[in-house]
Design a protein around this ligand. Structure first.
Ligand code: 4YA
Ligand code: UDP
Ligand code: MN
Length: 344
């Protein structure tokens, strides 16, 4: 019988047996010592805390380049975290794939005023938003204008809705700008509360120029003013007259925020707009107006109600500003305008 078996096996059977043994040995070894050859590939192999460290180092290089370290002071806007540990969003500090998945059923509003001559900025604003703003998500544009019939609708992707609302046109541009806070108090309470989860408020004389996505969403979000991101606190253009409700004493405040882009959960924007509106009305009674209108009131509110997320100047830029080489992505750009011409 053994002879029969032997004749049934090929001549190389000894070699094959050795090979099988070797494979079994290797498999056993790998299982014993947990060699990671059998582990499934991890879905998100990027180490994001490492990424943040790298971004911090990169921003510190920017700082050194500007010789800002002479007083051994860290420029706050060139950090990735605020002193109260809110993230400051720069390119490279977030993983858009993870965030897009988390927000796959999030509803986002974009609030904008286009009154009087500013109607000319609306179509380029909306068209650029279709290209770069929250692409792939559910978006409602809340457009407020005195010229509803003159609005040209852009070609819009699925899941995006344009709502047009009439608003009175104030004579002074300062009043148009401030009226946004009053409209916000009404709409965040009545309409938006059931329609959206987050609201983003923007100026219309702007165009999206690169990705602006769900990384900007948070409970209360504000953007660092691009003209003051390297400035000393003392030079911020906060309202400094104690008689105004927007007053911020010297030494208080963290950043100078720009009112051309901020946002948050709908109920947070309700609280914010109520506070700013109240301040504006109280000032008006005393016949005063804060130095930068609703932006001054917004800054006052944010000193005492810290934003949970801060956007770097990547999210608000004007190509006429200095230090543009420090800002790699210019995501939302001011359209250059003749101030006198558009405001009369
Ligand atoms: C606005 O900025 C616009 O009126 C300007 O045309 C420009 O787009 C600016 O934003 C970024 O102190 C290259 C222009 C340099 C201007 C720097 C100062 C102004 O700062 C003010 C607060 C207000 O935020 C103005 O809205 C802002 O001017
Ligand atoms: N705005 C408007 N019509 C006006 C003045 C202002 O619609 O006549 C709105 C518009 O959304 C504009 C915002 O108010 O972007 C703020 O005004 P502006 O952009 O002139 O302020 P700046 O950014 O130049 O300080
Ligand atoms: Mn503007």
């Amino acid at each position: 019988m053994p002879g029969k078996w032997k004749s049934m096996l090929p001549a190389r059977s000894y070699g094959i047996r050795l090979l099988v043994l070797a494979i079994l040995f290797i498999v056993g070894f790998c299982m014993q010592y947990k060699v990671p050859v059998f582990r499934p590939k991890e879905e998100h192999p990027i180490n994001w805390s490492q990424k943040l460290v790298e971004k911090s180092i990169e921003l510190a290089h920017c700082e050194r380049k500007l010789l800002l370290n002479t007083q051994n002071k860290r420029k706050m806007a060139l950090n990735v975290l605020t002193p109260w540990l809110a993230p400051i969003i720069w390119d490279g500090t977030y993983d858009i794939n993870i965030l897009d998945n988390q927000h796959n059923s999030t509803r986002i509003g974009l609030f904008v005023f286009a009154v009087k001559k500013y109607i000319r900025f609306l179509l380029p604003f909306l068209e650029s938003a279709e290209r770069y703003f929250m692409v792939g998500h559910n978006v409602i544009y809340y457009v407020f204008t005195d010229k509803v019939n003159e609005v040209v609708k852009p070609k819009m992707a699925d899941g995006r809705i344009l709502q047009l609302h009439y608003v009175v046109s104030d004579q002074r541009w300062q009043d148009v700008s401030m009226r946004r806070m009053e409209i916000l108090t009404v709409f965040t309470k009545e309409h938006m509360a059931n329609e959206i989860d987050y609201l983003v408020c923007a100026d219309v004389d702007m165009v999206f120029n690169d990705h602006v996505g769900v990384e900007i969403l948070g409970d209360l979000v504000a953007t660092i003013h691009p003209a003051y991101f390297l400035s000393e606190k003392g030079t911020f253009t906060y309202e400094r007259r104690p008689i105004s409700t927007a007053y911020i004493p010297h030494g208080h405040g963290d950043f100078y925020y720009m009112a051309a882009l901020y946002g948050g959960k709908v109920d947070e924007i309700y609280k914010l707009s109520m506070a700013c509106r109240k301040g504006i009305v109280e000032d008006k009674k005393k016949n005063i107006e804060a130095v930068w209108q609703e932006e001054s009131h917004l800054n006052r509110y944010l000193v005492y109600n810290k934003p949970t997320k801060v956007l770097s100047p990547e999210y608000l830029w004007d190509t006429n500003l200095p230090n543009g080489e420090l800002i790699k992505k210019k995501r939302f750009l001011a359209v250059h305008k003749n101030h006198k011409e558009v405001r009369n």
